[in-house]
Design a protein around this ligand. Sequence first.
Ligand code: PLP
Length: 415
Amino acid sequence: MIRIVGSHLYIGEYLAEDLAERFGTPLYVYDKEVIVENYLRLARSIPYEDLEILYSCKANNNPEILATLRDLGSGLDVVSPFEALLGIRLGFPREKILFTGTSVSDDEMKFVRGELGVMINIDSLSQLKRYGRLFPGTEVSVRINPGVGAGHHGYAVTGGVTKFGVYLNQIEKIRDIAREFGLRIVGLHMHIGSGILDANVYRETLDVLLSVARRFSGLEFIDIGGGLGIPYKPGEKPIDLDQFGSIVSKALRDFSQSHGHVKLRIEPGRYIVGNAGVLLVRVVDIKEVEINNSRKIFVGVDSGMNHLIRPALYGSYHEVIPASKADKPKEILVDIVGDICESGDILALERPMPRLEEGDLLAIMDVGAYGYSMSSNYNLRPRPPEIMVFRDEVKLVRRRETFDDLIRLVTNRSI
Ligand SMILES: Cc1ncc(COP(=O)(O)O)c(C=O)c1O
């Protein structure tokens, strides 16, 4: 559980300040209990009898998180050959892994399907043809673009006029190509975007997907992708899970009754891990300036867009909590900025804060999804360690990178 008690932030049974002291900052902290609760809540909210959750590991591929979800029975949505390999190495059954790539080469398909034996979810007619030539007579799934999408930002919308999926006016061609190569289309898939807080969006798009599915026989699963959002801003309403569960369950039951039984697959990423992660950063430099008779305060921290790119890339909001002054009156307005040489390296804009000092610890909240997994070594800065808390246990699940790690990574030699 992640909570504030008095002026202090706790993760599990640990004071955030103690974790920062012990492991150093910047530091990614995950709460395993929150991940498990999110997974079980989502599973419980969908009454459809034959449900398989494929956790979308692009959201966070920390092996400890993956192992936690594997032990809960989750499968895996993967979007790159190495994500597929990671899933196999961690013991996910290959039949519970689905590879949904974009701009996929023949070599990638040879590796994923040929070497790993993982099913491919096809993204284009060209890919389907190339797949047919490589693996005639096999089972495959196809991603349909239902023509409508949604998401927290334009870059996170994948349905509609985007590069993703086979378009609705190309459906007949899927059948032609499948016939030519003796392919069995066993799954149809959609993923319409990420960060969706209105469950109704799934009603409309699932209707479209199922109307496409009625044109196929022999389907074994319908995969509706991920996209379930989480509230980031105070006051934002969470997605109505019961409504989501009943929309998809009803649609799938109707389909199964009239068209034959299919498994329902969903591919949540953000919903499972988003609110389970906190990035602890230390204030290292405070700059106060007068501009046009008003005061501007930049609070510089020992992290930045290299560790959490969502604010810079999408303008995303992440709540920031002063980890030992959480209940102090908010007296100042600050921009929280990072240590990367870019003006866009802003973690939070115009936030009311209590008086801050250099050395204070800040907790950037809800960074479990698309935090570490989108991080980089820009400016030749190492990535922070990741730790996993479970009630009164804590363990280091990825160590802090070193200079040698970075140099070996880019030059394959030591300097
Ligand atoms: C194919 C596919 N499935 C699932 C997801 C997971 O999305 P989310 O984290 O919003 O649930 C994504 C993310 O972009 C995706 O591309």
